[in-house]
Design a protein. Structure first.
Length: 752
């Protein structure tokens, strides 16, 4: 463990640190693993130049294009602040990250000591590729009065800066504390520290409140980081904290590292003509500024300064709507993302601009639509890889110092604005994976329910004891369309349903004859006393109990999960009513809010149809694997469907609760606002139906039922049992590299 040193003994200190890194012996006292350059009595391993980062190789400074990943470490069943102390996990992850040809990782806050110990071991092993580290020092999310200068808040952040820097140098023994990492930090990872990041995505309300509460501050004139005349209070605060961090490194360890601040397009100095309010004032995402041009390195800063920016293609909406970006193109066509990168770099000062977050989510649904197809979710693992490579190419082409993909692994603890209200209670959301939540599914590594196969998941639920179909079909065998078996299963992400039809149904090479037959299912999600008693099919008896949803598999191109109007989440209706109208409708949810231009013109709100179900093999490794598929046909006669829990208004599958709230909502509910109740299990009413051709050879709007299940003669069996899955308190999960991994690895391998 290092002891704190003062400036003045820098040569002895540098030699000592080299020996400690190398495990020096008396026979070979000066065989360095990672030598440094001494400048003005300070040891430098890395530095930020005018445009790029550089690392010292032992003989020279070498430019480094940053190509890496952000690392979140919340595992299923755990929150962000429950940092895993798992050496084996970190060892495996570092090997997989370097095998992806990445050279850098970024963490957001101090992690468990085991993380840094394994990182040091990895980097000190000459057989491993080096993994450089960006360490962010996270300021608390709760800011008293939204004023960063609150005395207690500012002092606590300075203390956190000290602790993190001490820990990075292997010189900290931190007592247990709530919501922050602690333990005995003995590994010095600073020879691989590419930079310290100060701050986070500051909210405009915080910036405004801080600036208003501190109007007369003088520009910061720190020795390491300064601000120019005209700096706002927030900019001065960021510079002061960055200067404090750099000064602490020098005064206590005689070392310097690049230091920078974190920001995002919401706070950029560009004027965005499409982010305004109806009253003619700038909108939330263009209201406040943290200007990169206001910062500069101080006279004692030898390691340099940089900006770390979170730049995504689909949010804020200015990325989609600004005409200045719409004309941008790459070799694949229109690319607004490239347009923003170019515009921002054109006003950036001469220090490195790092795209510290960019990525694509593989969630089954989206939270923002992008005109160029880079949506906030709703994209496959294959598309994720292709789009990340496309963005990284533009990042490099436009002169950025590199990019860090968000993120390495999926995190179930995350939320998205249009899914958070429906994961109830909030305290249990980490126990299950919301496959519809974009923020939970950004990883290059999937973190998904455990290794049970489909066969292990599905349980025979009910088997038909009928020999004939309900309505024989001309020219077809008597068993055409017969439903033989219904199965159900559940895991931490999906409800699984399987329907086995008679073998005689399939002709013409054992393919499902979609031009003649379809399959539909009325689904009761656990609310036993409310819903719809009729399904929209001819010749069908009334249901013995109500349903809230209709699964309708018409063709592989048209699979739907519809809702009754009184329980349609897209309409913000959460109180199912008794009905016998047979009306089911699409679930269209808000994804892009209305935006107003400076001239008062409107970009209308956009909605996504969450009722659309994708077809394809959804088992990883299968031919033509489709990670965002909802259903597939296996073998000759078995249809298997997986439905994400939120799609059925199930609030918490781990405890079996469902959403039910009689109130009227005009906007999305807030966290934990919606009422829930214990579900009574899933009930299914299944039918096959014939697509009768009209004289014009068009499919009839009201198909005729062929067979129904469960049956009692010509009616649905009123004694059918509900399917109840096993509840859980500890989720089971596994890790899997997504299809995007190899695509990214191949491209990263070309970046030198």
């Amino acid at each position: 463990m290092f002891t704190k040193k003062t400036v003045g003994s820098s040569l002895a200190f540098s030699l000592l640190s080299i020996c400690l890194l190398a495990g020096c012996t008396a026979d070979n006292p000066l065989s360095p693993v990672k030598p440094c350059v001494t400048i003005n009595d300070n040891c430098l391993y890395t530095r930020a130049t005018e445009n790029y980062f550089e690392v010292y190789t032992g003989t020279e400074w070498q430019p480094l294009t940053v190509k890496g990943v952000n690392m979140g470490t919340s595992l299923p069943g755990r929150w962000y602040t429950e940092f895993p102390a798992d050496r084996e996990l970190y060892t495996r992850w570092f090997k997989e990250i370097t095998a992806m040809n990445a050279n850098t990782i970024r963490v957001y806050t101090l992690l468990d000591p085991s993380f840094y110990a394994v990182l040091a071991e990895h980097n000190n092993n000459p057989e491993n590729e080096t993994l450089w580290l960006f360490q962010e020092i996270w300021p608390d999310d709760e800011v008293p009065g939204l004023n960063f200068y609150n005395q207690i808040y500012a002092e606590e952040y300075r203390q956190e800066i000290k602790l993190v820097i001490d820990a990075l140098h292997g010189n900290a023994d931190i007592p247990a504390r709530p919501y922050r990492a602690y333990g005995n930090y003995t590994a010095d990872v600073t020879p691989y520290l590419l930079g310290l990041m100060i701050g986070r995505e500051l909210e405009p309300d915080e910036v405004a409140a801080t600036n208003q509460a501190n109007p007369n501050l003088k520009p910061d004139q720190g020795n390491f980081v300064q601000t120019k005349a005209g700096a706002s209070a927030t900019e001065i605060w960021l510079a002061d904290m960055a200067d404090f961090a750099a000064a602490y490194c020098q005064s206590n360890y005689a070392r310097q590292y690049p230091v920078g601040f974190v920001s995002w397009p919401t706070l950029d100095p560009l004027i965005h003509l499409t982010e305004w309010e109806a009253d003619g004032t700038p909108g939330y995402n263009d209201r406040e500024i943290v200007d990169p041009n206001i910062f500069r390195a101080g006279p004692d800063n030898s390691a340099g300064f940089f900006g770390a920016y979170h730049i995504y293609p689909n949010y804020p909406d200015l990325m989609n709507n600004e005409m200045a970006f719409a004309s941008a193109k790459d070799d694949q066509g229109s690319f607004r993302y490239k347009g923003y990168l170019k515009a921002f770099m054109a006003i950036h000062p001469p220090y490195p601009a790092l795209v510290a977050e960019f990525g694509i989510s593989t969630a089954l649904n989206t939270a923002h639509l992008n005109p160029d197809g880079l949506h906030h979710g709703g994209l496959s693992e294959s598309e994720q890889g292709t789009m990340i490579v496309r963005m990284m190419r533009s990042i490099i082409d436009e002169g950025y110092a590199g990019g860090l993909i968000f993120e390495w692994s999926d995190e179930w603890a995350k939320k998205t604005w249009n899914t958070e209200p429906f994961m109830i209670p909030w305290e249990r959301q980490v126990l299950w994976q919301n496959a519809m939540c974009p923020e939970q599914n950004y990883g290059i590594m999937a973190v998904e329910p455990s290794t049970r196969t489909l066969e292990q998941l599905l349980n025979e639920w009910q088997r038909s004891d009928q020999e004939e179909v309900l309505m024989p079909v001309e020219t077809k065998p008597a068993a055409f369309g017969k439903i033989e078996l219904v199965e159900a299963g559940a895991d931490e992400a999906f409800l699984y349903l399987a329907f086995t039809l008679s073998d005689a149904t399939f002709e013409n090479g054992n393919h499902m004859p979609w031009e003649q037959i379809g399959l539909a299912v009325g689904i009761n999600n656990g609310i036993a006393d409310a819903g719809e008693f009729r399904l929209p099919f001819a010749g069908l008896p009334e249901l013995p109990s109500p349903v809230q949803f209709l699964l309708n598999l018409k063709t592989p191109q048209e699979g739907l999960l519809l809702a009754i109007p009184s329980y349609n989440r897209g309409r913000l209706n959460f109180n199912p009513q008794l009905s016998a109208t047979g009306v089911f409708e699409a679930i269209n949810t808000l994804v892009n809010r209305e935006r107003i231009t400076m001239e008062g013109l409107s970009f209308p709100a956009l909605y996504a149809n969450e009722s659309l179900l994708n077809y394809g093999p959804f088992t990883p490794g299968a031919d033509h694997y489709n990670s965002i598929a909802h259903w597939q046909v296996l073998g000759d006669n078995r249809i298997i469907v997986r439905l994400p829990w939120m799609l059925l208004n199930i609030a918490d599958p781990s405890s079996g609760s469902v959403i039910r709230d009689s109130r009227t909502f005009r906007d999305l509910p807030t966290r934990d606002e919606l009422a829930i109740e214990a579900g009574q299990g899933i009930k299914l009413y299944v039918l096959t139906y014939q697509k009768i051709q009209t004289a014009a050879e068009e499919v009839s709007a009201v198909p005729t039922a062929i067979d129904i299940f469960p049956r009692s003669g010509n009616r649905f069996d009123s004694e059918a049992e509900a399917y109840r899955w096993m509840l859980w308190e500890e989720p089971q999960y596994q890790f899997r590299l997504k299809e995007s991994y190899d695509t990214i690895a191949d491209y990263f391998g070309t970046i030198k």
